[in-house]
Design a protein around this ligand. Sequence first.
Ligand code: ZN
Length: 120
Amino acid sequence: MLTQIIAACKLRHVLQDVVRRRFRMACRPLDESCDCLTCQQHSRAYLHAMARRSLPACAIAVTFHNVAYMQRLGRDIRAAIMEQRYPDYVRAFVTQHHPDGAVPQWVRTGLNLAGIELDV
Ligand SMILES: [Zn+2]
C-alpha cells in the first residue's frame, strides 16, 4: 500500500515537473543515477517537448522511470527488512525526501500506525 501511494505521488510529481518551463532547456536526464530506458535515452528537455505534443506518450516514458524507481525501492526495502534495519531505513528515506524536516502529518501518522517513530 505504501509503495502504491509513493508510486502514484511520484508519477504526478514528475509529470508536473516535466511540463514546467524549467525543463525546457535541461539537457540532463530525470535522474542521473537511474539506469532506466527513459533516463538513458531522453533529456528533460526532450520529455518536456514530448509532453507538449502528447502528454500520454510522455506519461508512458515517465512511467518507465517510475517503475525502475519502484523496483529499486522494493529491493532496498527488502534488503533493509532482511538485515533487520527497516525502521532506520524508513527514517533515512523520509529525511532524504524532507531535508527541511517538514514531514507531512499524514506520513507521520502512517508511520506511527506501522510502529515507526521518526523522532528517535
Ligand atoms: Zn530513470
